[in-house]
Design a protein around this ligand. Structure first.
Ligand code: SPV
Ligand code: MN
Length: 644
């Protein structure tokens, strides 16, 4: 047999078992990795999931082209008019991350320690359940075996990941979003890698998952693996995105570095005399990508960062991705010019869950320049057939929009004009500032700086956000979202927060990033947003100036806020806008009562956890005291910033 031509050792038998699914040329690719664990995992899951065949994808352009074509051939993607663009639809009930069916597998006697935030399942039962569902889930399909590097190649930051998926759309998206890692696996060898097994399960005649009620996404820290079945939406299916994020959080917490749900971007002051890297954590659909994409700044990443200290004691960060899986709603020439331009340019891009009419994609908030047709193909079609305006309703009788509010685009960062030159730097970029933000219509000011690292950790841990369409469930409910990472934290919350406190302790004063809070969603008494979408640029410019010691700040009970003159001059310089003192007073007022209410909510949540660091309660008490003292002193619930 041809196999002996290449190998001649005891692994032969194991590889032989794979001959059933994998051709000789691909077996040679596997053999070249010299990685028994990789072979074992592949054998185990091909045996269980029973695909028709499997392809081993290396880093060659031919293999990548094969995936791209397969997604078209099997109907998971369709070409649209612009060259390189395709569209993909997820099932009607698979339009966002499924929190309910995403579970951390934990030994029965450890459940308690994971607290109230983490959705757990008994490990033994969970594995049994998901393996049963996965049995035969890939029947008739081609499995793609892919190797990735989470982070730049040849970097101390980066982790390896093996992905098996029966979805060419998933493998294609991952190709846009992640760095190829076949050669990295060959170079690094060993069994220190994550593995991610995904099956979209049985598909309907519209190529969407049929058995959504058997959707499971189970995270197994013992094996460093995630088993995901009966789904297609990227947040559920793409192993390297939110699934590996959870495994990496666990690894980081145990190894004294940080894995965060953060963008990385370089803030350039108006005179472009320098650049300063900021990281920012925002819950889904709260402006994280659009902050990373602010015109005039340069982007490294928009979703997930690994942070480590280097030998010089600096905090460095890498983007573990190389692309953007962004919300397409409200991408238009005024509010998100770079992305809009990119989505009109012929290059590789996947649109998902938008309306297509005569080869053109349409989405919510794409701008006044576009007239949306009243017919087409869209995300409702799996359930209802081709779309026509006014004819489709959800289970509660609300009319369905032509494009889903969580519809997305998938693109590479490299093609963007504002891509930062350090995107692939294996040493990462130096972090000077960290921003925490949430969707808060009535409590916090547009921007403030923390008093210290500990106070900053407290601010991050206290993020609350009004829910959006990015996860399944009701939108508009205020939820606690520590570090915007809550959905992905797989260690007890206290342990995760402690990792942040300890990380800060290891940084000296000259290198410690400053921590800021932003709020883009504050509304006036008439329910109108105070700020335009791009005003966020001003808050970041102020933070950048603070890092360089350029602005004095006003000490208030919640933290350090900007002075009117500085914000007014930034508005003038950046947008030629006359920022008024009235607006400043209104949006930078300290809403004492609202903050106290927030503190009470946060305290209740944290008291119910077992292992929250004591330091956290100290911050909480001090914060409360400062608010009460100010309330007493000025005798009002809402205090103008001019009082301080
Ligand atoms: C998010 O919701 O935070 C995203 C998209 O980045 S998802 O892949 O759904 O997680
Ligand atoms: Mn995200």
């Amino acid at each position: 047999m041809a196999l002996e031509k290449w190998i001649n050792n005891e692994d032969l038998e194991k590889l032989r078992a794979l001959e059933k699914w994998i051709n000789n040329e691909d077996l040679e690719k596997l053999r070249a990795l010299e990685n028994p664990k990789v072979e074992k995992v592949i054998e185990e899951f091909l045996t269980l999931c029973k695909p028709a065949k499997a392809r081993v994808i290396d880093d060659s352009p031919e293999d990548i082209a094969y995936i791209r074509q397969l997604a078209i051939d099997n109907g998971e993607e369709m070409k649209v008019a612009v060259k390189g663009h395709t569209v993909h639809y997820d099932g009607f009930y698979d339009q966002a991350r499924d929190k309910k069916n995403t579970r951390l597998l934990v030994p029965a006697d450890e459940k308690e320690k994971y607290g109230q935030h983490i959705n757990t399942a008994d490990r033994d039962e969970g594995i049994k359940e998901v393996l049963e569902i996965m049995d035969g889930a890939m029947e008739g399909k081609t499995v793609l075996i892919r190797f990735f590097s989470l982070g730049p190649t040849k970097s101390k930051f980066s982790l390896l990941a093996l992905q098996l998926t029966d979805s060419a759309y998933v493998a294609h998206s991952e190709d846009i979003l992640y760095r190829m890692g076949y050669e990295e696996f060959k170079r690094r060898k060993g069994d220190d890698f994550f593995y991610l097994i995904h099956s979209a399960g049985e598909l309907t005649d519209k190529n969407v998952t049929k058995n959504v009620e058997k959707r499971r996404i189970y995270i197994d820290l013992v094996e460093n693996r995630v088993l995901s079945v009966n789904n297609q939406y990227a947040g559920n299916s793409l192993g390297l995105k939110k699934l590996a994020l959870r495994l990496a959080i666990n690894k980081a917490v145990n190894e004294d570095w940080l894995t965060e749900h953060m963008f990385i971007s370089a803030v350039w002051p108006l005179d472009k005399s320098r650049k300063t890297y900021f990281l920012g954590a925002f819950p889904s659909a709260c402006g994280k990508t659009s902050t990373a994409m602010i015109p005039g700044f340069t982007i490294v990443g928009d979703d997930i960062a690994y942070l480590k200290l280097n030998v010089a004691g600096e905090v460095k960060a890498v983007n573990i991705e190389q692309g953007i899986f962004g919300i397409i709603k409200d991408v238009n020439p005024d509010d998100d010019p770079e992305i809009y331009k990119n989505l009109c340019t012929p290059r590789e891009a996947i649109f998902s869950n938008v309306l297509i009419n005569e080869g053109t994609p349409y989405w919510l908030g794409m701008g006044k320049q576009v007239t949306v047709p009243d017919k087409g193909i869209n995300w409702t079609s799996s359930k209802l057939g081709d779309w026509e305006a006014g004819k489709h309703f959800d289970d509660e009788g609300n009319e369905l929009k032509f494009s889903h509010p969580n519809a997305r685009y998938t693109i590479r960062i490299e093609g963007l004009e504002n891509a930062d030159e350090a995107i692939h730097d294996p040493d990462g970029v130096k972090v000077s500032g960290i921003i925490y933000g949430g969707r808060d219509s009535n409590t916090s000011v547009p921007v403030y700086e923390s008093f210290s690292w500990e106070h900053g950790v407290f601010i991050g841990a206290s993020i609350e956000s009004e829910t959006t369409a990015a996860t399944l469930g009701k939108a508009g409910v205020r939820k606690h979202q520590p570090m915007a990472n809550l959905d992905f934290i797989v260690t007890p919350l206290g342990k995760y927060l402690n990792a942040h406190l300890n990380f800060g302790k290891r940084i000296d004063d000259t290198n410690r990033p400053r921590i800021f809070s932003t709020n883009y969603f504050l509304k006036d008494e008439n329910g109108r947003y105070f700020d335009e979408i791009l005003d966020k640029k001003i808050w970041l410019l102020w933070a950048e100036g603070r890092v360089h010691g350029e602005y004095e700040a006003i000490e208030t009970p919640i933290g350090l806020i900007p002075k009117f003159e500085d914000i007014a001059s930034l508005f003038k310089g950046a947008f030629d806008v006359d920022y008024t003192k009235e607006r400043y007073e209104a949006e930078f007022s300290i809403r004492i009562q609202k903050f106290l209410e927030k503190i009470e909510r946060i305290e209740t949540i944290f008291r119910a956890e077992k292992d929250i660091p004591e330091k956290f309660f100290v911050e909480l008490e001090e914060q409360k005291k400062r608010l009460l003292v100010a309330k007493e002193k000025f005798g009002s619930d809402i205090l103008s910033p001019l009082l301080f």
